[in-house]
Every structure is written in C-alpha cells, then in structure tokens.
Design a protein around this ligand. Structure first.
Ligand SMILES: [Zn+2]
Length: 276
C-alpha cells in the first residue's frame, strides 16, 4: 500500500489505546525486517531515518527505500524523518517523499522553536505530510542531560502550533542499553491535561515493558521510538553468525542471516505495544 501519514497511524493507535513504534533504521535489511514484523503483528510500522542514518546515506535514498518497502506491505508504513534540525532538512525529506517529518527545535528558545515548527508545518501541509515536534529536551545516556518538559512550555507550544505529534521529556532518555528510565507519571498527566495532541516518547528502549503498556492504556502517549535494543540484537546476531562460521565473508549473506532474529524481536515489541 502507499505510505501512510503519522497522523493517520496515531489516530488508529488512539482508537485502541495503543502505541505505534518508531523504528530507528540503518539500512535495507533492518528496515525490511521491521516491515515484516509489522505484517506478522498486524500493526503499522514507522520507519525512521535519523541523523546517523542520513550521515551514512542521502535522505533521497532513504525516501526511495521506505517507499519501496511500503508499496509491497500489507500494513500501513510511515516514512519518518527523525530529528530534523532545520527547515531545509525537513523540506529535503518532503521532496524525497517522506510522509512525516520531525522538526527538533528543542535546543532553541521556546519562541524560536515555535516559529521554526510553524515554518515546517506550513511547508509540510501542502504535501499532506505530518509533523512531529519536541519541547523540553530528551537527553542522551552518557551525553547531553535531559531538560524535562515544563507545563508552561507544553501548553504554550501546543496552543501556538498545529503539529500532529509532540515529543516530550518526562524521564525518558536516548540510547539506553538497559530499561531503567523512570517516567515522571505526574508530569505526564499534567502535560496531558493542558494539551490534546498525541504524545511521543523517544528513548523507548530504556522504558520498562510494563511502563510501555501503562503509557498507552492510561495515558495519551501514542508513539514510542525504539532503536537501541534492536541494534543490540542485530549486532549480537551478526557476531554469533560470524563466530559460528568463520568462513563467511559475503555482506548480503551475513546481514540477511540476522534478519529473522531482528524481525522476531520487533514483532514481540509491536505485539506488546499494539495489542493482538
Ligand atoms: Zn530522539
């Protein structure tokens, strides 16, 4: 089927009090595994090209890759730009055929973040492309610290923008290799009370499975980004494959051998988040 917008899949998630997963993609094999996982779980799939992916492969090729996968898929597939930092970066993704872009102005002052987000939304609307933005800062494990989203920021930002999804910082952290994020449930509930837009948490790999369910069932979080735990599975499977067969040398053979394990983990995560 053709690409779906983020807006559409988040509305479907809302109707069933579920979470969509935003998969951090690094190439063809992992992206293909995520779409297969979505088909097996009967859940929509958000394929995300983040800054690292775009540093390694041009955004135009990511657009082609995601569209090709969506075309043959039996479930909705979203082509999503993750952490676009400028209007130009978002426009490049829109031109490359993405159905959703994230503009991350979270490092800017609130009024500048709002102005940048509105410029991106205006550009995206013409093409029916969804927009995710971020207010407050989600930090990195062993890197930049978080700045929790405040109520005033969330309320002001939501009131002065027309975005389809809002990423917030409530204890979640990027690149966590163990699930040890401590969600600030009180802050989350307060943010929900002063906004109506679907909420997004980045750093999903650090969030306990039971907390993921609670985010969906008791709260308005509709998208969770997951990357680290899947990249760890991909890496460990490749390591085991090479150790088991030291004569292996072909790139395609090595990478495709890791796909079933990656798809199995992604399917488990999707089943938990989307429900049966
Ligand atoms: Zn992120």
């Amino acid at each position: 089927m053709p690409l779906a917008t983020l807006k559409k899949v988040l509305a479907a998630a809302d109707a069933r009090q579920a979470l969509c997963l935003g998969f951090v993609c690094q190439g063809w094999e992992d992206s293909r595994a995520y779409v297969r996982a979505g088909e097996a779980a009967g859940a929509p799939v958000i394929l995300s090209a983040g800054p690292g992916a775009r540093a390694n492969m041009p955004v135009s090729l990511w657009g082609e890759l995601f569209r090709e996968l969506a075309k043959g898929a039996t479930v909705p597939v979203v082509a999503h730009l993750d952490h676009g930092r400028t209007l130009e970066e978002c426009v490049s993704a829109i031109e490359a055929g993405f159905s959703s872009v994230m503009i991350d102005g979270s490092a800017l002052a609130l009024d500048e973040n709002i102005a940048l987000t509105n410029a991106v939304t205006q550009a995206a609307r013409k093409f029916g492309v969804s927009v995710e933005a971020e207010v407050g800062q989600v930090g990195y494990e062993d890197g930049a610290p978080s700045e929790g989203t405040t109520l005033v920021e969330a309320q002001t930002f939501a009131a002065q923008t027309q975005i389809d999804a809002l990423a917030i910082s409530v204890g979640n952290l990027h690149l966590q290799t163990k699930d040890r994020a401590r969600i600030d449930w009180q802050r989350l509930a307060e943010i929900e009370a002063v906004t109506s837009v679907p909420l997004v948490l980045h750093g999903g790999s650090g969030i306990l499975p039971e907390d993921r369910l609670r985010l969906a069932r008791e709260h308005r979080v509709r998208k969770l980004n997951v990357g680290t735990e899947l990249r760890m599975r991909f890496g460990s499977t490749i390591r085991a494959t090479l150790e088991a067969d030291p004569a292996l040398f072909d790139r395609t053979t090595i990478l495709t051998k890791a796909e079933p394990a990656l798809a199995a983990l992604a399917q488990d995560l999707l089943t938990q988040s989307w429900g049966q």
